[in-house]
Every structure is written in C-alpha cells, then in structure tokens.
Design a protein around this ligand. Sequence first.
Ligand SMILES: Cc1cc2nc3c(=O)[nH]c(=O)nc-3n(C[C@H](O)[C@H](O)[C@H](O)COP(=O)(O)O)c2cc1C
Length: 328
Amino acid sequence: MIKNMQNYKYKFSVAPMLDWTDRHCRYFYRLMSPNVMLYTEMVTLGAIIYGKFDYLKFNLKEKPLSLQLGGSDPKQFKLAGEYIKDRGFTEINLNIGCPSARVQKGSFGACLMTEPDLVAECVNVIHRETNLPITVKTRIGIDNEDNYEFLYNFIDTIDKKSICDTFVIHARKAILSGLSPKENREIPPLKYDRVYKIKEDFHDKNIIINGGIKNINDSIDHLKKLDGVMIGREVYQNPYILTEIEREFYKSNNSPTRKEVVVSMMNYIEDELSNGAKLNHITRHMLGLFHGVPGGKKWRRFLSENSYKKDADLKVLENALTLTEVNV
Ligand SMILES: Cc1cc2nc3c(=O)[nH]c(=O)nc-3n(C[C@H](O)[C@H](O)[C@H](O)COP(=O)(O)O)c2cc1C
C-alpha cells in the first residue's frame, strides 16, 4: 500500500541547473514563489576549497535554499564543511545524477550510484561538519545497471548507513558514455513507476520525483503518491508558472503580476549593476517571463538584443516592458 505522508515541507522544488539557476535566477524565482525549495547549481568541493571566487555566495532572501555539492572524497567533504557551515543554507544536496564526462573524471555524479557505501559516508561526514539536513539527488540507474533491484540497493544502503531521509529521483537512467548531458536528459525513457515503487518500499522516507514534469496537473498526480515534485526546464522556459505553483500548493492568493516582478527586479538589478554585474547576466533568466502572453516574443527579442550592449542599464527593461501588455 502506498503511504503518502503528506507532511513533507518542500512539496515543490526547482531543479539545480548548471549555468541557469545562479543567484540572480534564484532571486528572480523567489519573487514569484516565497515557498518552493530552490537549489544552487552544482558546486564542486574543489571549487569551494581551492577556488578563487566565493562559489557559496547567495542572498538570504533566496531561502529555502539547498546547496548542491559534487564530490566523492570524504576528506574533501570535511574540509568543505568548514566553509559551508555558517553560510545559512537550508540543506545540502549531493549530486549523484550528473552524467558529464568531466564529472565522471572527478569520480562523482551518476557514477557514484555503484558506490552507495561511499555516498553514505560522504552524507554523514558533511552532516557532522555542518549539522544541516543532507539529501541525495540521483537517477533510477546507470548504463546496464537498469533494474529496480539496483535502485533499491542504492537507496537501501544509504538509508541504513546514513542520516539521509530525502531522495530526489530523476526518473530516467544515465548513460555514461556516448550521450551528452543534454541527451541524457532527453533520450533515456522516463520510468515514473520505479520512483513510485521506491516510495512503497521506503514509505517513511521523503521521495521527490523529477524529470519531464511540465504542468500543475501532472504535479498533483505525482503528489498523490509521493512527497515532492521537482521541475527544471519548464520553470526556466516559463518562470511565471511559479505563481501558479504557489497558488496551488501553498494556497497563496496574492501573486505579483509579471510587471510587478519586473519592477521588483529593477531594484535588485540597480544594486547589482552598481556592484559590477552586467545587465544581461541577470536579464537572461527573465526572457521567458511573458511566455504565452501578448508581447512575450517582443519582450524576449528586445531583451536579448539589447541587454548585452556596453553600458546597458535599467532603461532596457523599461523599454522592453512597453512592448508587453502591462497588466498580465
Ligand atoms: C542546463 C541544465 C543544467 C543542469 N545542471 C544540473 C546540476 O548542476 N545538478 C543536477 O543535479 N542536475 C542538473 N541538471 C538536471 C536537472 O536538475 C533535472 O534533473 C533535469 O533537467 C530533469 O528535470 P526537468 O525535466 O524538469 O528539466 C541540469 C539540467 C539542465 C537543463
């Protein structure tokens, strides 16, 4: 019998997406949804420990925020924990799903599905160092390890040997050679039933489903069986869906209009520009805001063609707004 606990706090989340869900993007999303869980892009332990920049920088308004880590060396997890522990993240998520060649070279990401004992150790080390909840994001399998038993053993080992009680499962396997990361998000078929079965077998764990979910109705269906839904690409292409999610899952009825979102972003952008940010680094995440409404294409084109220009400033946004229906 499927036992639906219905009490997991973060029923809805936006997937970690490298190069997409950076801190500007997350600030923008937060304006439309106060409640969804946001994830950072994957940050490698090496970048945290040895990097020249502060890869952990974020605005506290982005919370609840999960820091996604990529790594596989318990010693490095311990070292990185020192840098992470007082930064204010809501939780830490370990990436056991990324199929890229670069990530495999570092022996982390999806290839760690064959090493659940090591994953459990990493979970415990980073938890000890930071005292934060630790979650794991994984696939349903890799290469020929593509059966329910393999996924079961992976979850079971981590469950038994670590403090992790929340698993995000991208419902397709990863093919570690021959497919690019993009193809690995499209070609292996989605098998939602495997994720449902995991929930049946681990009914006291939080199981969050991810992969190919594009609308509220499908999310509602998944939530009848599972604890959470994570959406990536659809939110990026159509970010205003976050207001719908907020209304449906968190019963908020005072969503900002798209124009109000832009006006709030202008205040943020003004501060960021004065600190050296470039306009298009922020507005590139906003291209889809008017997706599907009159003027949406003109908005997208105007921002794309003008935000990158030298000295581009808030006037670009003001002008782009005049091309849209202001009250949507
Ligand atoms: C541009 C891009 C970058 C991604 N980067 C990451 C990442 O850093 N960490 C991760 O766990 N998954 C990453 N993913 C995978 C997503 O988190 C998600 O699992 C995948 O896109 C399937 O969800 P969707 O169909 O809702 O987009 C990335 C996806 C995209 C499109």
